[in-house]
Write a protein that binds this ligand. Structure first.
Ligand code: FAD
Length: 499
């Protein structure tokens, strides 16, 4: 890893990226591909990339493509299933695969280090949920993006898809599943490290670890001044462009930047927890990500799922999420984070959002009072024959849900949002879901909004076409071009239909 221990007297950069999670690392690589001479500084508080939310077990590692996540096909007030969000997420994830394939072709990434293909399955029980899943299947499978979705109500077939889920299950109510074989499990922490390793020969990108950005302000020359606190000293760096990719820490820095676009935002932290099983004889009996339906009244982030994970070559099982509550915005953050983020411009939005989301508050209280036995009982609804001693609780990452002021008052948003200053000199990424899976699309949005002129130059356009051969084609409307793109991505990344 290329580490710049010494910033030296030259403290001016073309871009400073705060944080070395998957978002900033993606942006650093994209900027370097588009302009290898651009002087980029990545500043990371911890000692290595990808140790916060991007770290493998701090998230579920699902390559979110809406293959199996039922909350991406919400039902509207008329009872109709909406597919737009699922199509958008699927398109965004294909963009990530396209980028990883291009980086692999350039010899800069190796998919075996961070990506595994495995089936994505939705599984439901009970008549009304089976009806919902059937309708979802019928609507989605009409689109090329989901045309390879399988449907089954057959218990024997479902048992072949997911033996642990079916064994010992009472057979008195209807069950059903859909499956897409071309799903993924990802290690976003390892991906962050590999991205940074790919830049080790670049003389223009520097990364400074164990260094925190503690303040940022704009001077009268329209340059951002950032104060960096290392282990032994503080110093300032100057740059015309800042990306706040600080994960849960982004809101605090956005507020410090004082850009008017960031004023009304607030955040509400929800910690995740998993039950994890490392026993290899159990782990090897399940090879899929199986997503169920959130129980009535529960927030979307509570959708239960049982996942095969591959972390540094080791296979394990993960079940969750269970929620916890901490006032920290980062796992390695401070208990004062939430209180420090409350300002006179966002306090009313926070109160209004709290009052409108009593269900979330009730859900969190219920989750906080659960013990190991009760969590295992929830798991038993997924795997009936479970032994509680095979599973251990793991504290996952912090999600800071966005609270935003709107015409209806303060609202809690479940998605990810890029907040940019009007002049494009600063961008911050807030929110959590669909998160890392759509990092490439989100960072292209940052480029479009903050480097708008450069993005239209011939030089950048040519490079973009090399990295994203499909960029000029509309892959969702044109089924041939989507098939071609998938064939290309699959052959480079190693997906085999025989899975
Ligand atoms: C429980 C849970 C489950 C999830 N499951 C999935 C999933 O299955 N699939 C998916 O795609 N996404 C998932 N996500 C979301 C995903 O993890 C995040 O979207 C993604 O990791 C965010 O990356 P990031 O780079 O923005 O943040 P992070 O990975 O958190 O990186 C931010 C970095 O900034 C550093 N930093 C913070 N403040 C400062 C500062 N002041 N100065 C310097 N450095 C700083 C931090 O140390 C950290 O390294 C999940 C998240 C959670 C919490």
């Amino acid at each position: 890893m290329f580490v710049n221990q010494e910033l030296g007297s030259e403290s001016n950069y073309d871009a400073v990226l705060i944080g070395a999670g998957v978002m900033s690392c993606t942006l650093a690589v994209l900027l370097n591909e588009l302009d290898p001479d651009m002087r980029v500084l990545v500043v990371e508080k911890l000692h290595s990339p990808g140790l916060e939310s991007s770290f493998a077990l701090n998230n579920a590692g699902t390559g979110h493509a809406a293959n199996c996540e039922l909350n991406y096909t919400p039902v509207n007030v008329d009872g109709e299933i909406q597919v737009q969000k699922a199509l958008e997420i699927n398109r965004s994830f294909e963009r990530s695969l396209e980028f990883w394939a291009s980086m692999t072709s350039l010899g800069k990434l190796s998919p075996k280090n961070f990506l595994n293909f495995l089936p994505h399955i939705s599984f439901v029980e009970g008549e009304s949920d089976v009806d919902f899943l059937k309708e979802r299947y019928e609507k989605l499978s009409r689109f090329e993006a989901f045309s390879e979705m399988d449907w089954s109500e057959d218990k024997k077939e479902l048992q072949e898809w997911m033996p642990l889920v079916l064994e010992g299950r009472a057979t008195n109510s209807p069950i059903a599943g859909t499956r897409i074989k071309r799903g993924t499990d990802l290690d976003f922490g390892e991906l962050s490290i590999r991205y940074m390793n790919s830049l080790k020969n670049s003389s223009s990108v520097q990364i400074e670890f164990s260094t925190e950005v503690i303040d940022l302000r704009k001077d009268n020359k329209n340059t951002w001044n950032l104060t960096l606190k290392g282990s032994s000293e503080m110093r300032d760096v100057r740059t015309p462009f800042v990306f706040i990719g600080a994960g849960g820490g982004a809101l605090t820095l956005l507020q410090k930047s004082k850009i008017p676009e960031g004023e009304s935002y607030g955040g509400f932290p929800v910690s995740g927890q998993w039950l994890v099983c490392d026993k290899s004889d159990i782990a090897k009996r399940h090879s899929a990500k199986v997503y169920g339906k959130a129980s009535f009244g529960s927030p979307p982030m509570s959708v239960p799922h049982l996942d095969t994970r591959w972390i540094k070559g080791k296979r394990s099982l993960l079940f969750g999420p269970f929620a916890g509550f901490s006032t920290k915005f980062l796992k390695n953050g401070s208990k004062l984070d939430l209180f420090g983020s409350i300002t006179k411009t966002n306090i009313f939005s926070l109160i209004q959002a709290g009052l409108k989301n009593i269900d979330l508050v009730k859900y969190l209280i219920n989750q906080l009072t659960q013990d190991h036995e009760e969590r295992v009982d929830v798991l038993r609804k997924f795997i009936p024959l479970v032994d509680k001693d095979d599973w251990e609780l793991y504290q996952a990452g912090q999600r800071v849900q966005i609270i935003k002021n709107s015409s209806q008052g303060g609202i809690l948003k479940m998605g990810t949002e890029v907040v940019c200053s009007a002049d494009g000199s600063l961008a911050a990424l807030l929110g959590a879901s669909p998160g890392a899976s759509t990092a490439v699309t989100t960072m292209i949005e940052v480029l479009n909004r903050c480097f708008a002129e450069k993005m239209t130059t011939v030089a950048w356009q040519e490079k973009l076409k090399l990295l994203f051969p499909s960029l000029s084609k509309s892959s969702q409307k044109d089924s041939d071009s989507l098939r071609n793109l998938r064939d290309r991505n699959d052959s480079i990344l190693g997906f085999s239909q025989s899975l």
